[in-house]
Design a protein around this ligand. Structure first.
Ligand code: CP
Ligand code: NVA
Length: 334
């Protein structure tokens, strides 16, 4: 038995509910499919309750602490995790690893085995996804992936929660609400595909040929979709095909953190993928516009679209906080 599994077994568990069996939470949230479909649903239930009744949870994590270690910049992820911890009665400490990478100063295994002596959970933002994986292998406390080059699970959970608020969770779970992601097939797209599959949702992804999502992640999302009834479409070089009839049009920056040096070249390739009035006109009449933020106006989205009444980007940003609380409660208290 790995140390992690042994420690997970020691974590306090809630008394079984006479009415309802809660799904067993994962030890960490490293990638979206660490949660089961039932686990995602439970996160949404908890986030909705936390959002409605914040005072009910104000002492839930009293005496507990979170370390936030980021190799890259952040507004939303850093602040929502720190604020979530504090408003649940706990505490958080931030360590800005930028511009270094965590292993530049000392081995990941050593950093992990220091932190587990001081805190109850660690949120990481890293360049390499393998840093998060290695960290989790050495850590006896839960690890939350606050974005790696491959995944952004906290964002995708927030996005499907927000979509459920906009159109109803049942509709999303029955594939009646098509979400079209238009842009770079990397971390955000990967997480939307996986979390969408776990939710039973309809996700259509449109990417330029040279920026397709990772084939193993697409295959994994398709496997999950086969179990949940989710629909996954992948369109190469055809944003219109993904957006037609969509209830949500989602995009992300063209040059993610770590790829800024490719910005000029990417601007050319991604130009036909800009979310503008013409592309939005191909979506459903009541479609919403979504973006994880930060956004670059007149690049991946026009100012007109992101500032329009269709835009729900600040609802997404608000929900990052409620989802962060639900994740921390699930990993630390279940
Ligand atoms: N969406 C998101 O993760 O934002 P930050 O990079 O500001 O954390
Ligand atoms: N894909 C973007 C997401 C930022 C929240 C990046 O990795 O920079």
């Amino acid at each position: 038995m790995s140390t992690k599994v042994a420690i997970a077994a020691l974590k306090p568990t809630a008394a079984p509910s006479p009415r309802r069996q809660r799904p067993v939470p994962p030890a960490d949230l490293i990638r979206d499919d660490d949660f089961s479909p039932a686990g995602v649903s439970a996160i949404f239930d908890l986030a909705a309750d936390v959002k409605k009744n914040p005072r009910r949870y104000q002492h839930a994590l009293e005496g507990r602490s979170l370390a936030v270690l980021f190799e890259k910049r952040s507004l939303r992820t850093r602040l929502t995790f720190e604020l979530a911890m504090k408003s649940l009665g706990g505490d958080s400490v931030f360590m800005d690893s930028a511009p270094q990478r965590i292993p530049d100063r000392e081995p990941i295994a050593d950093v992990a085995r220091n932190l587990e002596r001081w805190v109850d959970a660690v949120a990481l933002r890293t360049f390499s996804h393998s840093t998060v994986e290695e960290f989790a292998q050495w850590s006896r406390v839960p690890i939350v992936n606050g974005l790696s080059e491959m995944f952004h699970p906290c964002q995708a959970l927030t996005d499907f929660f927000t979509l459920g608020e906009a159109f109803g969770r049942n509709g999303v779970a029955r594939g009646k609400v098509k979400l079209a992601f238009v842009g770079d097939g990397n971390n955000v797209a990967h997480s939307l595909m996986l979390t969408g599959a776990l939710c039973g949702a309809h996700v259509a992804v449109a990417v330029p040929e040279a920026y397709q999502p990772n084939a193993e992640i697409v295959a994994r999302a398709r496997d999950i979709a086969a179990e949940t009834g989710a629909k996954l479409e992948l369109h190469v070089d055809d944003p219109g095909a993904a957006v037609r009839g969509a209830k949500a049009v989602y995009t992300d920056v063209w040059a993610s953190m770590g790829f800024e040096h490719e910005a000029a070249e990417r601007a050319q390739v991604f130009a036909p993928f800009q979310v503008n009035r013409a592309l939005m006109a191909q979506a459903a009449p009541d479609a919403v516009f979504m973006h994880c933020l930060p956004a670059h106006r007149e690049e991946e989205v026009t100012a007109e679209v992101i500032e329009s009444p269709q835009s729900i980007v600040f609802e997404q940003a608000e929900n990052r906080l409620h989802i962060a609380k639900a994740i921390l409660l699930t990993l630390l208290v279940h």
